[in-house]
Design a protein. Structure first.
Length: 163
């Protein structure tokens, strides 16, 4: 049975596609690519059908990641097929938990940086959209740092299912 993870930010053109690409690479490196499916979406549909922000693509490709992406809006009906919904900031976390049809679905929503022990109290990945390249680079660093802990948690869940 495939384990499904969806990363969610506001417009699905900056933070969540970055997290999707990085985590998909981590899943491949860990040999879990046949067991874990990774995608992303936005809380809003403003950019549906668009590619990722060119700055996101540049930062991803400079880091050795895939920059291919098509934006879409998160749908509440997806909760039933998802195992984990990863919010990129507290605003997304609250919005997604409000959308959740059941309390079990709401529990699936977690903050990405909660998987980074060095993150401290501020668990938001700042939106780089209105800034320069340094914000996108900082975003990638935060995503990469949290991806290690997220990978460990997902691996444990996947292995728990196989036992």
């Amino acid at each position: 049975m495939t384990y499904r993870v969806c990363f969610v930010c506001t417009g699905n053109i900056c933070r969540s596609p970055m997290a999707e690409s990085v985590f998909r690479a981590r899943i491949r490196e860990a040999g879990l690519d046949g067991l874990v499916e990774v995608d992303s979406a936005g809380t809003g549909g403003w950019h549906e059908g668009d590619g990722a922000d060119p700055r996101t693509v540049t930062v991803l490709e400079n880091g050795g990641y895939d920059g291919t992406h098509t934006a879409r809006q998160f749908q509440p009906s997806w909760f039933s097929r998802l195992d984990l919904v990863i919010a990129l900031d507290v605003g997304h976390l609250k919005a997604l938990r409000r959308l959740a049809p059941t309390s079990q679905d709401a529990e699936k929503v977690q903050l990405l940086r909660s998987y980074d022990p060095a993150a401290g109290a501020d668990l938001d990945v700042p939106d780089p959209y209105y800034g320069g390249m340094d914000g996108f680079e900082e975003c990638l660093e935060m995503v990469e740092a949290a991806s290690e802990g997220l990978l460990a948690a997902v691996r444990e869940d996947v292995e728990g299912r196989a036992a």
